[in-house]
Design a protein around this ligand. Structure first.
Ligand code: NAP
Length: 241
């Protein structure tokens, strides 16, 4: 049994990851921003597998909130051995010339600072308990650049790829593995245009957008002992994009 913290676990990719990890035998501390009902549904799905789940509303860009998430996980479930850094926002959609600074700043705060704060706390906890594994959810946007849509968001995801590589090297001697999954276009409520995954299908080599469960499988593997020699990897799960 492992205790794993998942941010953004109330819906979309995070909820699918939570359910997959529960089937793998993880107890879950599920972070979310504000949608309590959605978090409750995701937690019930975890509990239906027989695993334990606590939910914590927080802003991952706030270090005190992050500490509260990890403190709750440890107090109610036990020592944290896994982290899935997943909570993310796109910020403004459109060309950079039209993007507002506050929206871009928020995307940087959540997607970069939030991931760093969660990873920092996870490393502190895992160092004290003898190791663990972290998976960061990045995006294929990190290498595609998202022109005309959200260049600032792609830049935050490139930062996630970079922190994966650096932190993996930094904490490998501590018995902590750090990897990354870079999804392509996935059917979630993330998109400003809800039909974007359908509209982009023709541009994807596999001919369709992905399902959240298909990201869950990749995260599951990277957290598992089967991936015991994998660290610093960015695993692209993007239908060939
Ligand atoms: P989503 O459906 O919009 O869900 C976002 C989740 O993050 C929700 O649980 C939300 O909580 C939570 N959240 C947002 N801001 C937060 C904050 N500041 N603090 C704590 N929780 C916060 O998104 P998704 O599509 O599942 O995306 C998950 C991750 O995958 C993101 O990092 C995203 O960039 C990445 N990704 C997505 C796609 C895609 O096509 N969907 C592609 C590549 C990468 P509430 O429900 O309470 O608001």
């Amino acid at each position: 049994m492992k205790v794993t913290v998942i941010t953004g676990g109330s819906r979309g990719i995070g909820a699918a990851v939570a359910l997959r990890l529960a089937h793998d035998g993880h107890d879950i501390a599920l972070g979310y921003r504000s949608d309590e009902a959605a978090a409750g549904r995701a937690a019930e799905a975890v509990r239906a597998t027989g695993r334990r789940c606590v939910t914590v509303a927080l802003d991952t860009a706030d270090e005190h909130d992050v500490d509260r998430l990890f403190d709750t996980a440890a107090a109610e479930l036990g020592p944290v051995a896994g982290l899935v850094n997943n909570a993310g926002v796109s910020g403004p959609n459109g060309p950079l010339a039209e993007a507002d600074a506050d929206g871009m700043r928020r995307a940087i705060d959540v997607n970069v600072l939030g991931y760093l704060l969660c990873a920092r706390r996870a490393v502190r906890d895992m160092t004290a308990t003898g190791g663990g594994a972290i998976v960061n959810v990045s995006s294929a946007a990190a290498t595609l650049g998202s022109p005309g849509q959200y260049v600032h968001y792609a830049a935050t995801k490139a930062a996630v790829d970079a922190m994966t590589v650096g932190l993996a090297k930094e904490v490998a001697p501590l018995g902590i593995r750090v990897n990354c999954v870079a999804p392509g276009v996935i059917w979630t409520e993330f998109h400003e245009d809800p039909q974007r995954p359908a509209k982009l299908a023709d541009t994807i080599p596999l001919g369709r957008s992905g399902r959240p469960e298909e990201i869950g499988g990749a995260v599951s593997w990277l957290l598992s002992d089967d991936a015991s020699y994998a660290t610093g990897a960015v695993l692209r799960v993007a239908g060939g994009m």
